[in-house]
Design a protein around this ligand. Structure first.
Ligand code: GLN
Length: 196
């Protein structure tokens, strides 16, 4: 199984290591053509506004939208913002595939970064979640499953083949969330009748 990592900005090497750790093959994605060879895509954290500029510069927006319409995508932190259909206080979204509304930097003012032991449904009772100027999921539409909350705020959700979290799983050695994403890709391949 090949899992791409959008390599415009952010912790690309750490995500690639996590993909290897779950026995999948990481593929660095910088151009639209490269999307054809992967079974699922990871969108790393970083700065969503900077990533959007690079996405536009490289003509990647439409190819990413087409990919996310059919194949599994996992957005972490800024990657979650890229995936969301709505961004609070903004008219336009980016990839806009997942039926959630997010607000940026929403844990930023109280504490800039922090780590919490988080229960994630179907994934872990105690996931070490690292939050860095993290977004939160303000609202989810029907069909979106909330997987984790912290202090009542949604920080991890799944909608079919789309997964998003506010934190940075790649900054720890815990690969249980990546393992979950790998399972989502296997399910998607089966549903699309492609043998694993
Ligand atoms: N604050 C960043 C943004 O708005 C996200 C932070 C992160 O990815 N660690 O894009």
């Amino acid at each position: 199984m090949k899992i791409g990592v959008l390599a415009l900005q952010g912790a690309v090497a750490e995500h690639a290591a996590a993909i290897k750790a779950v026995d999948a093959q990481p593929v660095i994605i910088k151009h639209a053509e490269e999307l054809a060879e992967i079974d699922g895509l990871l969108l790393p954290g970083g700065e969503s506004t900077a990533m959007r500029k690079l996405i536009d510069f490289l003509d990647l927006l439409e190819p990413l939208q087409k990919f996310a319409a059919v194949k599994p995508v996992f957005g972490t932190c800024a990657g979650l913002i890229l995936l969301a259909k709505q961004i609070e206080g903004q008219d336009d979204a980016h990839i806009g595939a997942m039926n959630i509304s997010v607000s940026r930097n929403s844990f930023g003012r109280q504490v800039d970064s922090f780590e919490a032991s988080l229960p994630i449904e179907n994934v872990a009772a105690d996931f070490p979640a690292v939050f860095i100027r993290a977004p939160k999921i303000e609202a989810v539409s029907e069909g979106v499953k909330v997987l984790a909350k912290i202090n009542g705020e949604i920080v991890c959700a799944q909608e079919g083949h789309l997964l998003g979290c506010s934190f940075h799983p790649e900054l720890t050695t815990d690969v249980r969330l990546m393992e979950h994403f790998k399972q989502m890709i296997a399910t998607s391949l089966l549903e699309r009748n492609i043998s694993v």
